[in-house]
Design a protein around this ligand. Structure first.
Ligand code: GDP
Ligand code: MG
Length: 261
């Protein structure tokens, strides 16, 4: 049982949404713990706190409730960013995002940012099979320290590969263009002007929680993008008569280890 008195107050909320088994928990685990396990239970890991510069970002996983169609609108309430996750080898998982999960984002912030994430890219794309170490990058290295550009990350994507008899590569069911098209429909659903919004090339990712491919890029791109939302919230709080002493406490470095609740 965590000591609630020691928990830092989150400045902003980021939410992972998507069908069961697409790899939401694995993505979060990979980013926070730098590890991948074949089976990890979502139960008990409902939200993590990540320190990002002087800010605390809460990242919400679904605690397995998606399998019961039991994610209420509360889940996305006040979210500054939503990570809509699908499995690149499963077309239906992309369709479900539109059919089942998009409406849950109605309670997110009006300036909420949406990322579309095709996970399990290691199953279809040889590039995503390389672990960060194989590319000469320590897993803990920050995106800022990398010499390669962070974006474009994944969308559009390389052509689909046929299933190999050895099982090395699976058929890719969701092309980058399909994800980009859905991103456009999400913007329209939100009543947002495509020209004034973040472009699909920046907000569609393909990741592998298994190898770590693009995982840091995904989370850290989003963290940078939600900073204005944090500053706006702080400004609103300053205008209110309540002073939050937590806001004035010194905090550590940018990539200090996070706390799981
Ligand atoms: N090959 C591969 N398998 C993955 C990846 N991410 C998750 N998985 C596997 O997919 C299954 C579901 O993952 P999980 O994180 O529990 O999905 P969730 O239900 O969306 O939280 C597990 O067996 C994972 O090991 C990935 O990037 N690549
Ligand atoms: Mg899960």
């Amino acid at each position: 049982m965590p000591d609630l008195s020691k928990m830092k107050k989150p400045d902003v909320k980021v939410v992972l949404l998507g069908d069961m088994n697409v790899g939401k928990t694995s993505l979060l685990h990979r980013y926070m713990e730098r590890k991948f396990k074949d089976t990890i239970s979502t139960v008990g890991g409902a939200f993590f706190l990540k320190q990002w510069g002087p800010y605390n970002i809460s990242i919400w996983d679904t605690a397995g409730r998606e399998q019961f169609h039991g994610l209420g609108s509360m889940y996305c309430r006040g979210a500054a960013a939503v990570i809509l996750t699908y499995d690149v080898t499963n077309w239906q998982s992309l369709a479900e995002l539109e059919e089942r999960f998009l409406s849950l984002t109605d309670t997110a912030n009006h300036d909420c940012i949406y990322a579309l994430v095709g996970n399990k890219a290691d199953l279809t794309d040889p590039r995503a099979q390389l672990p960060p170490e194989a590319a000469g990058l320590p897993e803990d290295q920050t995106e800022e320290e990398r010499t390669e550009p962070r974006v474009p990350s994944a969308c559009p994507t390389p052509p689909a590969s046929p299933t190999s008899p050895s099982g090395a590569l699976l058929h890719k069911q969701v092309a980058g263009e399909d994800a980009a098209a859905l991103y456009g429909r999400i913007l329209r659903y939100k009543g947002l002007d495509e020209k004034g919004s973040l472009p699909a090339e920046k907000m569609c990712f393909e990741t592998s929680a298994k190898t770590g491919y693009n995982v840091d890029a995904l989370f850290e791109t989003l963290f940078d993008l939600v900073l204005p939302s944090i500053l706006r919230k702080r400004h609103e709080n300053q205008e209110s008569p309540t002073v939050d002493l937590e806001d004035f406490r010194g905090v550590g470095t940018k990539r200090a280890r996070s706390t799981c609740c």
